[in-house]
Design a protein around this ligand. Structure first.
Ligand SMILES: [Zn+2]
Length: 63
C-alpha cells in the first residue's frame, strides 16, 4: 500500500489518490502479505475475487 502524506493512499488499480477512509483493502486469505488497495469505483468494477477478504476500514493504518 502506498500511503501519501500520512492519510492519503493510492489506489492500486487506477493509481488515483484518495483519503484512506475512502478506500478498501483486498487481502488474500492465504497470504496476508498480499494486499491490494481499491477505491470505491474500482471495487465496484472488480468486486471481491474468490479467496480474498475485503477490509473496508483501514484508517487505523494511516501514519
Ligand atoms: Zn481506483
Amino acid at each position: 500500500m502506498k500511503i501519501v502524506d500520512g492519510d492519503m493512499v493510492e489506489c492500486d488499480r487506477c493509481e488515483s489518490v484518495f483519503p484512506i477512509a475512502d478506500v478498501s483493502l483486498l487481502e488474500k486469505e492465504t497470504n496476508r502479505d498480499y494486499e491490494r488497495v481499491l477505491c470505491a469505483e474500482c471495487l465496484s468494477a472488480v468486486g471481491v475475487p474468490k479467496g480474498y477478504t475485503l477490509r473496508r476500514d483501514i484508517s487505523h493504518l494511516a501514519g
